[in-house]
Write a protein that binds this ligand. Structure first.
Ligand code: NAG
Ligand code: NAG
Ligand code: NAG
Ligand code: NAG
Ligand code: NAG
Ligand code: NAG
Length: 235
């Protein structure tokens, strides 16, 4: 989530059921008029409603809330009007919803960035594994893929740097860790491991110009690991 908040003491507190959309069963909420916006002209949009509490509104700089609720795809929920990028004004009124434009896909890292000298909306389409730039008309002006396999893409970062000539992105490579390293987390064999790396890409060509990989740099026993039983161990 992203917002302009002018003064640290002038916090906007969002008290809402909307957080439930990402963590519990959205199906229970998506038809309730006090929980989602609904429009006769745009029945596809069901952006979550926010309950905005102002503690010291006069000290708050004006701005917008950028929100992209995430939903695990569930077969019996055929539409996901609340998933995807939405922009709200400071009072929680819906300004724009990109749900339809991105086919209800989960959207990550939705924010403003200066791209080629123009303040632009950027996001990562989790379904297509693409970094996307929208112009002020909400039209797609850049659509970039990185990594050979979408499963390798970590959608949490799509950053334009170096006067907009390069991108920084994160990769998640599934790899089998060596036996010796696996042993340090109590696994007998080669455990399945996600090694995160970050890449710098040429923004024009998508070519990789730099990469730092956690493989051989961060030990498994210094990482998060989950034991899913005696056949697979992840770190
Ligand atoms: C928003 O806040 C009001 C007043 O506190 C409360 O009555 C209402 O149920 C809240 N709505 C949601 C969606 O949480
Ligand atoms: C995800 O992308 C595939 C095509 O790659 C498309 O068929 C599918 O409808 C998309 N799903 C969502 C939820 O966007
Ligand atoms: C965006 O970057 C350009 C240089 O590429 C700079 O001239 C411009 O002032 C920046 N705009 C904003 C809104 O930061
Ligand atoms: C940034 O790029 C613009 C062209 O997009 C160029 O005019 C400007 O000189 C560059 N600024 C710097 C600091 O390199
Ligand atoms: C990106 O690639 C193009 C084409 O090869 C090249 O002209 C340009 O200098 C590269 N930019 C950077 C930042 O490496
Ligand atoms: C991780 O394993 C290495 C090598 O076995 C050991 O030196 C290090 O102290 C361990 N680190 C932690 C946090 O247990």
């Amino acid at each position: 989530m992203y917002a302009h908040a002018g003064h640290p003491s002038a916090a906007v507190v969002l008290v809402t059921s909307a957080l439930f959309f990402t963590t519990t069963q959205a199906g229970e909420y998506h038809d309730e008029p006090d929980k989602v916006f609904s429009f006769k002209s745009r029945p596809d949009i069901r952006a979550p409603k926010w309950n905005v509490t102002f503690h010291d509104e006069i000290r708050l700089s004006p701005g917008y809330w950028f929100v992209a609720p995430y939903e695990k795809y569930v077969d019996d929920l055929d539409t996901y009007g609340w998933v995807g990028p939405h922009i709200y004004d400071g009072h929680g009124d819906l300004v724009w919803s990109g749900n339809n434009q991105f086919d209800g896909a989960n959207i990550m890292d939705f924010r403003l960035q200066n791209v080629s000298g123009v303040e632009s909306l950027t996001l990562v389409d989790n379904n297509l594994s693409k970094g996307i730039v929208l112009n002020s008309q909400y039209e797609i002006v850049e659509s970039m893929q990185w990594g050979d396999d979408p499963i390798d893409i970590n959608d949490h970062e799509f950053q334009w740097v170096d006067n907009n000539t390069r991108n920084l992105v994160i990769n998640s490579a599934w790899t089998r860790a060596p036996v010796e390293a696996s042993r340090t987390v109590g696994f007998d064999g080669e455990c399945n491991t996600i090694f995160e790396s970050f890449k710098e890409l040429n923004a024009t060509t998508g070519e990789e110009t730099f990469r730092w990989d956690s493989y051989n740099h961060i030990r498994l026993n210094e990482s998060t690991h989950m034991n899913f039983g005696d056949t697979i161990d992840q770190a």
